[in-house]
Ligand binder design. Sequence first.
Ligand SMILES: NC(=O)c1ccc[n+]([C@@H]2O[C@H](COP(=O)([O-])OP(=O)(O)OC[C@H]3O[C@@H](n4cnc5c(N)ncnc54)[C@H](OP(=O)(O)O)[C@@H]3O)[C@@H](O)[C@H]2O)c1
Length: 347
Amino acid sequence: MSYSVAVAGASGYAGGELLRLLSAHPQFTVTTVTGFQSAGQPLSSAQPHLRSLADLTLQPTNADSLAGHDIVFLALPHGKSGEITAELGDDGLVVDCGADHRLTEKADWDAFYGGEYFGAWSYGVPELPVGNGKQRSSIVGSTRIAAPGCNASTVSLALAPGISAGVIEEQDLVAVLAVGPSGAGKSLKLQYLASEILGSANPYGVGGTHRHIPEIQQALRAAGATSPTISFTPVIVPMSRGILSTATARITPGVSASEVRSAWEAAYADEPFVHVLPEGRMPRTGDVLGSNTVLIGLAVDEAAGRVVTVTALDNLAKGTAGAAIQSANIALGIDESTGLPVDGVAP
Ligand SMILES: NC(=O)c1ccc[n+]([C@@H]2O[C@H](COP(=O)([O-])OP(=O)(O)OC[C@H]3O[C@@H](n4cnc5c(N)ncnc54)[C@H](OP(=O)(O)O)[C@@H]3O)[C@@H](O)[C@H]2O)c1
């Protein structure tokens, strides 16, 4: 079966990555692309690398242009997708790559985003341990899916197995991330100019203010935590895409190093896209570039009484567009790996 697809926000980074992956999907056919300031221009002016879709023209982003498709992917600034989805009605499958439908608690939305709260959809990180199973069971058959925040999914995937298995404590979680500036989108901002970031590592959102914190806490609560606390610090580094998260946690007293490792290996043993590396090996962002793969390296720091997880993913692929397409596959009953690369681009 073939599905018609519209991508809103197709001129942006997340929209462009959606299109790159969708163009290789055997059952999805992109028929409509929309933009905001770029509406009316050829897609190739905003996304010159997408040669197979070069005949498409960017339409205005509104309910009329998005109506009548089997699947609509939204890659819009937060606040904008909520406005559109309210007008789209109940038809078809809608996958939002923005934050508007991720948070289940209105209080979290009010504290970290503000403005109208649009309600939560099925969270699009299939591999997350949830209760006795995985998040994917909530995605099966769903018609409204919220793709994850890229930093949030990295840290959640890194820590949830330990929470779920009870081998780490839910307090005093610490995550420091090296992130590429594409995570902040394509629009011009002074702090992301090449002259500001080349040769420099720039922290931002320091001190508990980053918007992905409630999303991580929500995922860890779903994994079994009651009231997790996390110190979360992203640092922009000079690589266009990619996230390397170093997330550490106190090991539950009495739990051995091998029990710690087993928790992660068991959680992801059957996952096509999330791989725990053998002892002694750590991932690099370059290993997952362009792929839907998450690599997790794990070490037990006996002296500190902590587990150290190092996790790499591509923020635009598995961190956004890949998760969105993987979730759409699951929702529609298609093999979940369809159209998604597991191999990175190296060097
Ligand atoms: N970048 C990432 O790594 C990443 C990861 C996870 C989630 N996301 C989420 O994905 C969404 C898109 O992010 P992005 O990085 O792709 O941003 P982006 O590169 O800045 O692209 C934004 C897109 O939205 C359109 N747009 C801008 N203002 C608009 C408005 N007022 N109404 C309707 N459309 C508007 C833009 O159109 P024009 O260019 O035509 O003006 C462009 O197509 C965000 O919600 C972001 O949080 C991004």
